[in-house]
Design a binder for this molecule. Sequence first.
Ligand code: PMP
Length: 435
Amino acid sequence: MSHIFPRNSRARLPVIDHGDGVYLVDTTGKRYLDGSGGAAVSCLGHSDAAVTAAIRAQLDRVAFAHTGFFTSDPAERLADALIAHAPEGLDRVYLVSGGSEAVEAALKLARQYALETGQPARHRVIARRQSYHGNTLGALATGGNMWRREPFAPLMIETTHIAPCYAYRGQDPGESAAAYGHRVANELEAEILRLGPETVLAFVAEPVVGATLGAVPAVEGYFHRIRDICDTYGVLLILDEVMCGMGRTGTLFACTQDGIAPDILTIAKGLGAGYQPVGAMLCTAAIHDAIAEGSGFFQHGHTYMGHPAAAAAALAVLGRLTDDGLVARARTMGARLRTALEDAFGQHPHIGDIRGRGLFLGLELVADRETKQPFDPARKLHARLKAAAFEAGLICYPMGGTIDGRQGDHVLLAPPFILEDTHIDEIVTKLGTAL
Ligand code: PMP
């Protein structure tokens, strides 16, 4: 009996033995193609020599020195490298240990900015239904995933949710993508006016919605309109790229493809690529300086922030992604995987939509392609698909509740960027078997 909870007490999980490129191998020798990088984490696969060597070298020097006393060369170089690649205007970095921590830091930074700039009434957060921003209390309050929120209601941050930009189900017949994007973005303006603009702190969104919707990018123009609305009402735009960032969508930062930059941006998962727990929040100098010139101190912190070995890992990952061309590879291999999925499942009676960007792709399962009718949630299709794929030796990331937290099923694919054409064939064949 395992004493680790919650999962191991309920299910007998295989025991992991080692990683081998895009494969994970359990102690019985069974090989699993990691078609989802865990949960869009393992962008470099499981045996990247450069990253392991960088961590080892740092461990040989020093593993940990508290940021209250020291900075470190890897942490400083990581911050410089992130800023060099970041969208225009993001030029301050705050290092943390994961996605939820990055989102918490973003929320508290926004709140403290409002206080330091004489806007104490700004405390409300607007996010989108069917979003996930993490599991700590602030991040949970922000996310729009109802079944995760409800057990903990009332949550401590006042958050309301507008519709996501989800063209497959939101766009009206005959409506252009541009008109749809504009219409759904305008929900933000209506919500700001309803709440009172002087009370609204921030709008939080994933550029490409990952776990909860299955790799749904916004239509062109949506985020331009969102940026305009935020600017008009003095609302901070926080983009959560914890899942879709770090090259996953074919550009290092996903929002680049939407043609906008946020005031605050969060990254994690792919930053450590699974080799170390690490995350970061980036913000504009204006936000940072308002605090620096005010109280002079950002009221936040964690013991492991700026951890030297984690920073060394992230710096090596960033090098692999940019200098070694792996972001570009995510773009080209993503296009090939998408074509292969469309060829294999484009006419499948129970695949309603194939979407995403780069190596961040989603398939939505439907009972009826014509009416887009979802399967009965009681059938737990996503869980059965996950189990069937796993049995066949494919790790993918299916989820239920796609439409409204209760109905709908999708599967997310987010394989390592190092995958080869043979792996694409294997993903398609095994997913087909599971389906
Ligand atoms: N934001 C997004 C968009 C995520 O996908 C996740 C994790 N799935 C988080 C935040 C939370 O990250 P973590 O699990 O590392 O705390």
